[in-house]
Design a protein around this ligand. Structure first.
Ligand code: ZN
Length: 725
């Protein structure tokens, strides 16, 4: 009976020792991990500089440059970017001494005593973690936050911030730290740093501010809008008085100074009493340089590429561009850009149209590219350019492309898949869609109900024929896929645009831009390659290091075969451009072209190319409204601009594919002509996918016999209608 007892006891003992052992292991692990973390933390704090304030300051004052190559390949400066954003760095000695006291009073009363971290406040936060976002941060920690742009609140980030703050204080004296802090913090109204803020709010240099004014600026910090002295002076006043009181309590102000600061009448730059100082920077703002649309476009492209490459926010990327000392080598062709701007700045280049309600003048935009993705010129507005980085319609206004979509959504894909050829006969008549006949042609009829060739339908911009090709042959999915993957329209709606109307007539849900359309049409003049549009060759930083992958090797993919490209180029050359102007220089060259009108007549487009350049042009109101024009204004712009651009250029032709051949076809059947066919024209075909030869004509008469062509044509049309219809 005793044995079990004993055994139970020993079991208990065993369990106890296992538990103690476990505790030991746990304890040891905790000690090891803690020592490891502590060791690393101490090494970090005592180690190399985590954030180099001198380097940061230097970066703040660096000008970036945009260069271009002139016609002799010499690098020329086309823009310098500096100071557009509201930011000026001032040294500690040039900041009113009250400024430091005001910020210390509100943000970090023990700033002069601590070593980067105010442990008393930090522990307060740890005890009550819900406070983590609100307080506990010293000025040094806030500076780290401003410099690293990390705003998310996590324990790990907080821990790193503490270590960085301790590290910073080991390496810099307090004056350096407060200087960096006062120069980098955000103070509302787009102002970074105390200098721009004092210019903005008081029209004075920060060295001239008194205690009352410094307290106003310090009061903005935590709530830049709510406590903005121009927008909400009452809120700011409450905080300012509190700030002055704290300054007095801390001994930064005598009783006398405190009283006079409280009673001081503040005069802000938006007050009636404000009299601008002659030296005030607010008044003597340098005359602003207005950059070209190309410069705006390059900045936009570099910004987007920096965001993608480094995960920057928009603001970080723009800061890098304006203050990072970058050198951007733009791909602009200066002469073409000059011509384009010269035509566009003159409103007489355009029909005089104003929107009905507001009387706002009509707009236009144009992009010119070469055939390897290089954007050689871009203009995003008709009339004088008055601001930098305003709306660039050429790259950023997404509009319905109308009939200019047909070559890329219908004809090229259908030829690529050998579903149609140059002279395929398709019935020019609307189809039944949801019980209604659709679409109408430009002449507002449902079509001639005749069979017309693909060439003729494209030339006349029939809506009926592409609707039929997509509906009966190509299919919506193929059409959509070509637009998205081969021609890279970026804003296709996966649902709304997977339908017949947007694909056949260009009524796209989100629309497209002239940059995208020019890049898509380039495939018809370069043997079928799509190249991503680019506006710069390379970007280097202040040490000369390339920071974004260069565009010196254009990035391309095959969109369509050489043969399809060749045939499309031939087809587009049959579009008549004669009523847009004579243009003796440009008409020496082959011209491929396609016009575009959206169904409700609110957009006009023109996509066109010569062997040298390809372009897309848009014309319309910013808020879509019916356009009262007869001749497409974009066509006139095309001839005007391209005629000047092509002056003196040597002969050049579009590339020809060895896989295509020119053949005579029968205009009656659209098949290759036999010797019996009387009505023929020349088309361009894939050698390995030739249409059959016409046999219809020969069954009615034998070669050599003189026949009455009219009668034969009529009989044959009737037969063909019966066959196809
Ligand atoms: Zn025939």
């Amino acid at each position: 009976m005793t044995a079990p007892k004993k055994s139970r006891k020993s079991k208990k003992k065993n369990a106890l020792s296992v538990f103690l052992g476990f505790l030991c292991v746990c304890g040891l692990t905790v000690v090891v991990v803690a020592s490891y973390v502590l060791f690393n933390a101490i090494s970090f704090v005592n180690g190399d500089l985590a954030i180099d304030l001198e380097e940061y300051k230097a970066k703040q004052n660096q000008t970036s440059f945009i260069y271009a190559y002139d016609k002799d390949g010499v690098v020329v400066e086309i823009a310098r970017l500096h100071g557009e954003e509201n930011r000026v760095w001032v040294d500690y000695d040039d900041i009113s001494p009250y400024m430091k006291h005001a910020f210390v009073a509100l943000e970090d009363t023990r700033f002069d005593e601590h070593h980067g971290v105010d442990w008393k406040r930090t522990i307060g936060v740890i005890v009550k973690p819900s406070n983590i976002g609100q307080g506990g941060s010293t000025i040094t920690q806030q500076l780290i936050k401003n410099l690293t742009n990390q705003s998310e609140v996590t324990i790990v980030r907080k821990f790193n911030e503490i270590l960085s703050a301790l590290n910073l204080e080991k390496n810099y004296d307090k004056n350096k730290i407060i200087e960096a802090y006062l120069n980098t913090l955000y103070l509302g109204s787009g102002c970074y740093g105390v200098e721009t803020a004092s210019e903005k709010y008081f029209g004075k240099d920060v060295s001239e501010l008194n205690a009352a004014e410094c307290a106003v600026i310090a009061s903005i910090t935590q709530k830049p809008t709510k406590n903005n002295p121009l927008l909400n002076p009452e809120n700011n006043r409450v905080r300012q008085l509190y700030c002055l009181e704290q300054m007095y309590k801390n001994g930064a102000l005598t009783k006398e100074e405190y009283d006079s600061a409280c009673n001081y009448e503040l005069i802000f730059t938006n007050s009636d009493k404000y009299v601008p100082d002659e030296d005030s920077k607010v008044v003597v703002e340098e005359e602003k340089v207005i950059n070209s649309f190309y410069v705006d476009y390059v900045i936009q492209c570099v910004r987007d590429d920096l965001m993608e490459a480094y995960g920057y926010s928009k603001q970080q990327a723009i800061d890098e561009i304006y203050y990072g000392g970058l050198k951007i080598y733009a791909a602009v062709d200066l002469e073409v850009q000059d011509i384009l701007e010269d035509v566009y700045v003159n409103r007489k280049s355009f029909p005089e149209l104003y929107s009905e309600d507001e009387g706002i003048p009509v707009q236009s935009a144009m992009t010119i590219m070469d055939y390897n993705g290089r954007v050689v010129a871009i203009v995003g507005q008709a009339g004088e350019k008055t601001e930098n980085r305003g709306l660039n319609r050429a790259a950023n206004s997404y509009r319905q492309p109308g009939s200019t979509i047909k070559p890329i959504a219908c004809y090229a894909p259908a030829i690529e898949l050998n579903l149609i050829h140059y002279s395929s006969k398709i019935r020019d008549y609307a189809i039944a869609v949801n019980g209604k006949l659709w679409p109408h042609n430009v002449d507002e009829t449902l079509g001639s109900n005749q069979n017309v060739t693909v060439q003729y339908a494209l030339q006349e911009s029939h809506n009926t024929v592409p609707a039929r090709i997509i509906n009966f042959d190509l299919g919506i999915e193929n059409s959509f896929t070509f637009l998205r993957d081969a021609f890279k329209l970026s804003r296709l709606d996966e649902k709304e645009d997977r339908q017949l109307a947007p694909l056949a007539t260009g009524a796209l849900y989100n629309g497209t831009t002239t940059v995208e359309m020019a890049a898509a049409y380039a495939t018809f003049g370069n043997g079928g390659m799509y190249y991503d549009p680019y506006s710069y060759y390379k970007v280097t930083n202040s040490t000369g290091e390339e920071i974004i992958l260069s565009n010196e090797q254009p990035k391309g993919h095959r969109a369509i075969s050489e043969e399809t490209s060749d045939i499309m180029c031939e087809l587009l050359q049959t579009v008549d451009t004669s009523y847009y102007g004579s243009g003796s220089n440009v008409r020496k060259f082959q011209i491929m072209a396609k016009t575009g009108t959206t169904t409700n007549n609110t957009n006009r487009w023109f996509c066109a190319g010569t062997p040298y350049y390809v372009t897309a042009i848009w014309f319309g109101f910013d808020i879509p409204e019916r356009l009262d024009v007869n001749v497409n204004p974009c066509g006139k712009i095309f001839i005007t601009v391209f005629d000047r651009v092509h002056k003196g250029l040597p002969d050049k032709e579009f590339p020809k594919s060895s896989g295509t051949i020119e053949k005579k076809y029968c205009q009656v059947t659209g098949l290759l002509a036999s010797s019996s066919c009387t009505s023929t024209a020349t088309g361009c075909y894939k050698i390995n996918s030739l249409p059959g030869t016409c046999t219809t004509c020969s069954s009615f008469y034998t070669p050599g016999n003189d026949q009455d062509g009219d009668i034969v044509d009529n009989i044959i049309s009737g037969i063909v209608d019966n066959i196809i219809g």
